[in-house]
Write a protein that binds this ligand. Structure first.
Ligand SMILES: Nc1ncnc2c1ncn2[C@@H]1O[C@H](COP(=O)(O)OP(=O)(O)O)[C@@H](O)[C@H]1O
Ligand SMILES: O=c1ccn([C@@H]2O[C@H](COP(=O)(O)O)[C@@H](O)[C@H]2O)c(=O)[nH]1
Length: 211
């Protein structure tokens, strides 16, 4: 098998990263593409109490098990399947189950810090930064964290002001400079997504001709 093409999609919380990843995924036959969420590689915190886990800074590079993520990316590049961890945002730790991901021609790696670590960045063939204004992102985050992640409005606002925003400025925003393409307004930017889909289809069809 040829080395897969790895597409990194980053941007702040609520920018539309997973929506962009989903749109690209849906447009390519499932046996050709896989999505890896960096969120799945948040460190396991089952040794800590729930109270202690709520105090973790989840917007710092150290919150991620980058070693395992790198290992898994390299396995996929070598044509080996991985058992991707699953993360439970409601209880801030890894689930017991994992999910098997087979090697594919196209791997999408999506997450807030995929351009932060040089070792991950170097593995990416195409780097996208989804650039959405902070006011829009916080509104989306409030809606999502309350409906899907078991949070209260006060906890979302407190975490955003004290942790998410400053960490975004320090770690995420500066990685825009590494992006090949900056996509304004996230998941429903049809023109940008169509351009990406055309590019990915082109890569897949050229591989089919060569193989
Ligand atoms: N361009 C957009 N316009 C309106 N809503 C959007 C857009 N892109 C994404 N969304 C919505 O915003 C929320 C957050 O998007 P998501 O892709 O999960 O962000 P991220 O993965 O960056 O945190 C979702 O409910 C999604 O449907
Ligand atoms: O246990 C956790 C783990 C992460 N978070 C927050 O999640 C976002 C990243 O996810 P997006 O889907 O990109 O929004 C990050 O900003 C963390 O603050 C959490 O709250 N709890």
């Amino acid at each position: 098998m040829k080395k897969p093409i790895i597409i990194g999609i980053t941007g702040g919380t609520g920018s539309g990263k997973s929506t962009v990843a989903k749109e690209i995924y849906k447009s390519i036959p499932a046996e050709k593409i896989a999505v890896i969420e960096q969120d799945s590689y948040y460190k396991d915190q089952s040794h800590l109490s729930f109270e202690e886990r709520t105090k973790t800074n989840y917007d710092h590079p150290n919150a991620f098990d980058t070693e395992l993520l790198l290992k898994h990316l390299k396995m996929l590049m070598n044509g080996e399947a991985i058992d991707k961890p699953l993360y439970d945002f409601e209880i801030h730790t890894r689930k017991k189950e994992t999910v098997r991901v087979e090697p594919r021609d196209i791997i999408i790696l999506e997450g807030i810090m995929v351009l932060v670590e040089p070792e991950i960045r170097e593995l990416l063939d195409i780097k996208l930064f989804v650039d959405t204004d902070a006011d829009v992102r916080i509104v989306r985050r409030i809606q999502r964290d309350i409906t899907e992640r078991g949070r209260t409005i006060d906890s979302v606002i407190d975490q955003y002001i004290n942790v998410v925003r400053p960490m975004h400025m320090q770690f995420i925003e500066p990685t825009k400079r590494y992006a090949d393409i900056i996509i304004p307004e996230g998941g429903f930017n049809k023109v940008a997504i169509d351009i990406m889909i055309a590019k990915v289809r082109d890569i897949v069809s050229k591989r089919e001709v060569i193989e």
